[in-house]
Structure formats: C-alpha cells, structure tokens
Design a protein around this ligand. Structure first.
Ligand code: TMP
Length: 252
C-alpha cells in the first residue's frame, strides 16, 4: 500500500496530499482539545460526525453561492478539499454573548446582541490566538483591505445561512468561527471558506431548552459530546432518528 504524504497535523484534523495537484485530503480525528490543548481527550465518533456535518454546511454554502474549499466527501472520516493558503485569522461571528466575550466584557451569557459582532483572532497557538483589530491585520499584512472587506461580507453571509439552517431545526446559532483560504486560479486569487464548520467551531443551543449541542459540552464537562453532535446531525437529517451509534447508521 502506498504511503500518503502528511502535510500537516492539527489538533482535530490531519491534512494529506490529495490525488491531484491542488487537492488535499482532510482527515477528521476523534481528538478533542480545549483551552489551547490544555484539556484533551479522544471522543469516539466525533471525527465521523464532524466530517459529515462539515460536508453538509459547506455544500449548503456552495448551493447559495458562497465559495468553499470543499470538493467531496471521500469516506467516513475524510474529505477532498482544494488546497489553499489559509489567512492567519480566526473569524468569529457572534449573535448572542457567550464564551470569551462574556469573560472579556462581563456580559451575561445568552444576552442577545443588537447586531452580529465580528471579531478576528490571530492564528498562533503559541500566543493563544489573541484577539486583534483590523489595524493589526493591516499593519502586519495578514490580509489586504480588499480581503478584509470580502472576509467581512463572507462571514456575515455564512452567519445568515447557518442561523437560518439551525433555526429551522430548533437550534440557536450563538456564535461560530470560520477560517478563510486564498485559492489561486491562474492570474487570479479568490477567497473561500476553508477548514471546517462543525459543532467544534460553533455554539449551538436548543431553542426551547437551551441545551448545549456543541464543544462547550466537552469544555465544561456537561455530558456526552457525541450525543450532542448526534442530536445536531439527526435534526439535520444526516443521521437516522433511531440511530444509537453513528457507525452503521450514517445516512448515505
Ligand atoms: P470564544 O467565545 O471562546 O472566543 O469562541 C468563539 C467561537 O469560536 C465559538 O463558537 C467557538 C469557536 N472557537 C473555535 O472554533 N476554536 C477555538 O480555538 C476557539 C477558542 C473558539
């Protein structure tokens, strides 16, 4: 069997060279980390769920004209994506106060924000992904002004899409993080939504009960993480409703 070339191993995914130039295989691990990997565990089935959920959201975005790096799902744990140069920013959109917004500003968790708030963090694990302003981004050349305009508009479109999809299945999109990639096509370069969109990178609360259906379950020891992610997958029709295990019952 031919050995694949590993390009990069992150906390939750491994990237391998794809079968054709310009493609990458993205493998979803079961590893869960929080607080910059100070808390770690292996949650059986998480990678399978996130692979499928991220596919669902990326395809949905593409269907409404928002470009992403996603090409196709290959198997239970892997998807083929376009290789791109990742803009070194975590782009966060918040609709309700939670997480670091609450600790930073003393706002009560769950407070509805008067409008979506977009934040940028500089992607650097050694620094703990610090919050930065557009001034830092421009000064250090992490993205151009034109790219920042495009990133803001992409982030807000993704927010509208994801909020609507989740609301339709009784879930509140509290906040999420996306990453943006530069794709080169001849003389042109364009921006796409990259990395993953999954309950690892969103806060999702049940609209009626407020139950957390995202990685906060792991961060705060609130119960079984795969149960929470499976609930999201079931509501979206990705997992059959009577599924007790994700292994044999993932639809398609
Ligand atoms: P925060 O409230 O901890 O800043 O997180 C905001 C959103 O970003 C939340 O949906 C979780 C997501 N997120 C990631 O995807 N990766 C991370 O490393 C962190 C800290 C947050």
């Amino acid at each position: 069997m031919a050995r694949r070339t590993k390009i990069y191993e992150g906390k939750a995914k491994i990237l391998y060279e794809g079968p054709e130039p310009g493609t990458i295989v993205q493998f979803f691990k079961d590893d869960a980390t929080a607080f910059n990997a100070q808390k770690k565990d292996v949650i059986e089935g998480k990678g399978v769920l996130n692979n499928r959920l991220s596919e669902y959201f990326m395809v949905g975005l593409q269907n409404i004209g928002i470009p992403t790096h996603f090409l196709k799902r290959l198997n239970m744990r892997e998807q083929l994506v376009r290789s791109c140069e990742i803009v070194p920013l975590e782009v966060i959109v918040r609709n309700y106060a939670a997480g670091s917004l609450c600790t930073r500003l003393g706002v009560e968790e769950g407070t509805q924000l008067p409008r979506p708030i977009v934040e940028y963090c500089y992607k650097d694990d050694a620094l703990g992904d610090p919050l930065v302003t557009e001034e830092h981004i421009a000064a250090f050349g992490w993205a151009s002004q034109q790219e920042m305009d495009d990133i803001l508009s992409l982030a807000l479109r993704v927010n509208d899409y994801l909020s609507g999809v989740m609301y339709g299945v009784g879930i509140r999109l509290v906040d999420f993080k996306i990453e943006i990639g530069r794709v080169f096509e001849g003389d042109y370069q364009r921006l796409v939504v990259a990395d993953e969109i999954s309950p690892d990178s969103c806060r999702l609360w049940d609209l009626e009960t407020g139950r957390k259906l995202d990685k906060d379950v792991f961060r705060r020891d609130l119960g079984n993480l795969t149960d929470a992610y499976s609930e999201v997958a079931k509501r979206l029709g990705i997992l059959q409703n009577n599924a007790t295990s994700i292994k044999p019952t993932v639809v398609n």
